[in-house]
Design a protein around this ligand. Structure first.
Ligand code: GLC
Ligand code: CA
Length: 557
């Protein structure tokens, strides 16, 4: 069957992204842990997903919640021990679920031995593991830093009278990938975990590993959105990825996905064309700008939503991989606010319908779907407007900067509240007991107040819940390779309310209809719709004359 499609196991999987810190706490310290994930293995299996991506679980002082690693070969104490890890891996594998780990290879923690050594002296063997700028040469050319207290990516270090580069927080110094020792050290770490039996990696900010180390001056009046070439997609990126593939990926039957900033459909295939031996997949950010201010991405902008333009982004990306390469699809992760609050409608009236609609979307596109934990029950934003409620370095440092400069920090929070990363990091809502059954203590980040009515236990027993819809939708995808490999074509592409498309493989054809608006909508198409053939829908009543209810979708065979 379907002899001419290039089948690969990692194209057919559904990935579940699990944020360990907020999943389940078992020792009463308010922080999720590996034993908690082990406790929930049957739940994870019940979803029908095939791969778990774990956010970083390595030793870390947690300046950036585990993305600042101080030891790549040990488990963060708060999360447990290597024994717990081995049990977790075994538990997943025995349930037929694969595990991919988060590899943070662009930077380490400043508490990593490499950095502690590197900063000691200019002739330390680890000196060249990081990017240093000798203060005798004067100040380094300005580099903005996303997470820095002063937006400055160069931090002065008195011991050697030099600055080090950190494009994230000052506790996340950038590794110098020009140094082959660094690259080999990273490959060894990757092999260490793959030899333990894991099934691959999500590669954190991988486009940043190669930089222009002449550090050209950035024009002063450049808009933020244009800064990225100074940080990502440097001149040796493809060499490094090819080397990584040769040294690591080619030796294992594993999957990988790169977090790829500043990638376009024009250069996409350079990364994932199989003949180039780099990555299998990556994810881009083109669709995630929706409802975020174009001027400053720390702010929300509800008016920045244009369904027609949004559809075209997906169309363009689908076409980029139509012949070669392969895509990924996601609407939520630990760096974003909640999926249904961002792309759907989280009001009481529409939350459930809208979550189901978005899952239909995620699970019916030609790409490997990534579902972020909590989205399977339609968890929503907390929208906190008080800085006390935040834990994220990103939010806190930006807020403090505005405050110091005497700028409108409250206005910032009111807007940022809708898009903050902490919205997506609140604890999993397991049941209606205290702290949503996540912990017996005070959680590290407050539980969303709506947990009494929005939780896993409630939804497991309700056949019409988001959770059960999600599970059904996964089964539908698994049974129909057309939903994985079939060609994607937009239907009524200029429709402002409905995102409709077909998926077709040989004679097998599906029509997907998603009304993204909170009003009824009309679909303009000559495709004949037989209401008896609806495979799955979030409304019970059939529709008439191509008129669709708000947040409504259907599948038609
Ligand atoms: C990635 C991670 C994010 C982290 C950053 C720095 O974007 O997803 O959470 O803060 O890299 O490591
Ligand atoms: Ca714990």
């Amino acid at each position: 069957m379907h002899e001419n499609i290039n089948r690969k196991w990692w194209k057919e999987k559904v990935v579940y992204q699990l944020y360990p810190r907020s999943f389940k706490d078992t020792n009463g310290d308010g922080i999720g842990d590996l034993k908690g994930i082990i406790e929930k293995l049957d739940y994870i299996q019940s979803l029908g997903i095939d791969v778990v991506w774990l956010n970083p679980i390595y030793e870390s002082p947690n300046d950036d919640m585990g993305y600042d690693i101080s030891d790549f070969r040990s488990i963060m104490k708060e999360f447990g021990t290597m024994e717990d890890f081995d049990l977790l891996l075994k538990g997943l594998h025995s349930r037929g679920i694969k595990l991919i780990m988060d590899l943070v290879a662009n930077h380490t923690s400043d508490e990593h031995t490499w950095f502690k050594e590197s900063r000691k002296s200019k002739d330390n063997p680890y000196r060249n593991y990081y990017h240093w700028w000798d203060a005798d040469k004067g100040k380094p050319p300005y580099r903005w830093s996303i997470f820095d207290k002063e937006s400055n990516a160069w931090k002065y270090d008195a011991t050697t009278n030099s600055y080090y580069l950190h494009i994230f927080s000052e506790k996340q110094p950038d590794l110098n990938w020009e140094n082959p020792e660094v690259r080999n050290a990273v490959y060894d770490i990757m092999k260490f975990w793959l030899d333990k039996g894991i099934d691959g990696f999500r590669l954190d900010v991988i486009a940043c590993i190669s930089k222009d180390i002449s550090f050209p001056e950035m024009p002063k009046d450049m808009p933020v959105g244009e800064w990225f070439p100074y940080y990502t997609q440097g001149p040796h990126l493809h060499d490094y990825l090819q080397e990584m593939n040769r040294e690591v990926f080619s030796k294992y039957d594993c999957m990988n996905v790169g977090e790829m900033s500043f990638v376009t459909t024009d250069n996409a295939l350079l990364f994932v064309d199989e003949d180039r031996n780099e990555l299998q997949t990556f994810y881009h950010f083109d669709h995630t700008g929706a409802r975020i201010s174009k001027e400053n991405f720390m702010y929300a902008d509800d008016d920045n939503w244009d369904l027609v333009a949004w559809k075209k982004i997906f169309y363009k990306w689908d076409k980029a991989f139509a012949e070669k390469g392969w895509g990924t699809i996601y609407l939520g992760n630990h760096d974003m606010s909640r999926m249904v609050s961002r792309f759907g409608n989280d009001s009481e009236e529409f939350r459930t319908l809208s979550s189901k609609m978005l899952h239909t979307f995620l699970l019916s596109m030609r790409a490997t779907p990534y579902i972020y934990n909590g989205d399977e029950i339609g968890m929503v934003n907390t929208n906190h407007t008080n800085i006390e409620n935040y834990q994220d370095v990103y939010t806190i440092n930006y807020y403090n900067q505005l405050k110091q400069k005497g700028e409108d920090h409250d206005g910032f929070l009111n807007s940022h509240a809708k898009i903050s990363r902490d919205n997506g990091r609140t604890p999993m809502q397991w049941n209606d007991t205290a702290q949503a059954g996540f912990t017996s203590a005070t959680p590290w980040l407050a539980v969303n107040e709506n947990y009494k009515t929005l939780n896993v236990e409630e939804q497991e027993s309700d056949p019409d819940s988001v959770l059960n819809y999600f599970k059904n939708m996964i089964q539908l995808r698994k049974k129909n390779m057309t939903l994985v490999y079939g060609a994607f074509e937009l239907v009524d592409e200029d429709n402002q309310q409905i995102f409709a498309y077909t998926r077709q493989l040989e004679n097998d054809k599906f029509l997907v209809i998603l009304n993204f608006s909170d009003q009824t909508a009309v679909l303009n198409t000559s495709i004949e719709i037989n209401e008896n053939n609806i495979l799955i829908s979030n409304y019970k009543q059939p529709h008439h004359n191509n008129v669709y209810s708000p947040m409504h979708q259907s599948f038609i065979n």
